[in-house]
Design a protein. Structure first.
Length: 164
């Protein structure tokens, strides 16, 4: 290996320090996908554009012929979507849906569905206690983030996903 390649490899490997092997492989796979259609020499702005296109592709879910859901927030366990109707008279409706991470099934965001989702997990009792005092749609008044997502980030901070 050439010395400059070794330096670049060391810099990349430092970024992987402390994460699980599976997460590292997932990141490397995403990098491969981004590099697949790039021309040489690689330019960061082109990579960033490709990444944004991939994000937008994964950030919307069609809901029948009535509209679509777009991603508004996420954590390691769930992704939260907001419904947008294609009909002008229903634009004021702000229904929230969620999916489990890497699961295609969209569910309405309410206490019952959240409790069922986490029923067979190690978070069963944490979620049950949270839902006694809060609703799944309650938001933090300062950050406007769902309290449920903040709780899930606190419960498992090792899997916190940094957004930029």
């Amino acid at each position: 290996m050439l010395p400059y390649e070794d330096d670049i490899l060391q810099k990349v490997l430092r970024q992987l320090d402390g994460i699980t092997k599976l997460e590292a492989l997932d990141i490397l796979h995403k990098i491969e996908i981004l590099l697949k259609d790039q021309r040489s020499p690689i330019e960061y702005r082109n990579l960033k554009q490709a990444q944004n296109r991939l994000f937008l592709k994964n950030a919307m879910i069609p809901i029948g012929k009535n509209g679509y859901c777009y991603l508004i927030d996420y954590c390691h366990f769930i992704k939260v979507y907001q419904f947008q109707s294609i009909f002008p008279c229903f634009h004021s409706m702000k229904s929230l849906y969620y999916t489990q991470y890497n699961e295609p099934t969209v569910q309405f965001l309410n206490n019952k569905n959240i409790e069922e989702t986490f029923n067979g997990t190690h978070l069963k009792y944490v979620i049950r206690e949270f839902l006694k005092d809060n609703k799944a749609k309650d938001r933090n008044s300062k950050t406007n983030r769902l309290l449920l997502l903040e709780l899930l980030d606190q419960v498992d901070p090792a899997h916190r996903i940094c957004k930029s």
